[in-house]
Write a protein of this length. Structure first.
Length: 303
């Protein structure tokens, strides 16, 4: 009898699809958290594969800070039509207007920290019991502590010391009323795996991932795309310069840093990432506010 062996990417794909199908089997109202970034795009693509020829049985949820890259928002709307799914948008601006959160002020103001409240409000409003996210364990030490099925209490908070064992591919989705799970089907993928899969499957991605010329300003070693959302002082305004850059990660324009790069194709990005030794979140200013910045936010309900 002829045997078939899966390669590395095929094993990761099969594992992720298995987890995605477990979500559909165990939960009544799941949702896919969608940022417009490469990981959530791959999750959308895997979801389509998992349930084909049927439609994806859950909507996409985007938490809009109001400070997003225009290219990403345009891609988001195109991708939703391609997947033929319903898109829900949680607005941080609405959370500010209703007094749920307070907009930051000052030179280093960002809305990235305000997303947690908007996300938890959306989960509560729509009664979602599982939120599928594109987190990977290689991104940051806090995410390395996550399980595939990550329990959240009735306040939406995460306790890294109280996670359930996951032996023999068994995932425990039992919960009390008001609790929910965050599910991470890409946990075992690396940034390089994601790009190799995008290359292999010819998946479309936003243009900001490719090298392009953009007005930028450097602050504390981070290259920011110039925009009206940045609170620049007079000295910084004089230092705005045209640079050839691309982005390794997608987020709020006030905290997402670019990298100098000439990679204009997915194949060139694969080669570039293979040579890098810094995680893509190394260019996120929000993760540098404190040593445990991301873990603290995850405990409060952040993605």
């Amino acid at each position: 009898m002829k045997r078939y062996y899966l390669n590395h990417l095929q094993k990761l794909e099969a594992e992720s699809i298995f987890v995605i199908r477990e979500v559909a089997a165990q939960f009544e109202r799941p949702v896919l958290l969608f940022s417009g970034g490469k990981d959530s795009i791959v999750l959308g693509y895997l979801s389509m594969k998992a349930f084909a020829p049927a439609k994806i049985p859950y909507p996409l949820l985007h938490i809009d800070t109001g400070h997003n890259f225009p290219e990403v928002l345009q891609f988001r709307d195109t991708f939703v039509k391609y997947l033929d799914v319903r898109l829900l948008v949680g607005s941080v601006q609405k959370s500010i207007d209703t007094g749920r959160v307070k907009d930051e002020t000052g030179k280093f103001a960002t809305r990235n920290y305000l997303q947690s409240t908007t996300l938890l409000d959306a989960i509560h409003e729509h009664k979602f019991d599982a939120a599928i996210g594109g987190g990977r364990r290689d991104e940051e030490k806090a995410r390395a502590k996550e399980r595939f099925f990550s329990h959240r209490n009735d306040f939406g908070q995460w306790d890294p010391k109280n996670q359930r064992p996951e032996l023999w591919d068994l995932y425990n989705g039992r919960k009390h009323h008001g609790e929910h799970f965050r599910v991470f089907p890409l946990s075992n993928w690396t940034e390089l795996d994601i790009w190799q899969y995008i290359f292999k499957e010819q998946i479309q991605i936003p243009s900001i991932y490719f090298s392009h010329i953009r007005d930028c300003v450097i602050r504390d070693g981070v290259i920011y795309a110039y925009s009206d959302y940045l609170h620049l002082d007079d000295a910084e305004k004089k230092k705005v310069q045209s640079m050839t850059v691309r982005f390794r990660t997608v987020g709020d324009m006030t905290c997402t840093g670019a990298v100098k790069s000439n990679a204009q194709t997915v194949e060139e990005i694969v080669q570039e990432v293979a040579a890098l030794r810094i995680s893509e979140r190394g260019n996120r200013a929000d993760d540098k506010r404190s040593e445990n910045s991301l873990e603290d936010r995850k405990k409060e309900g952040y993605f």
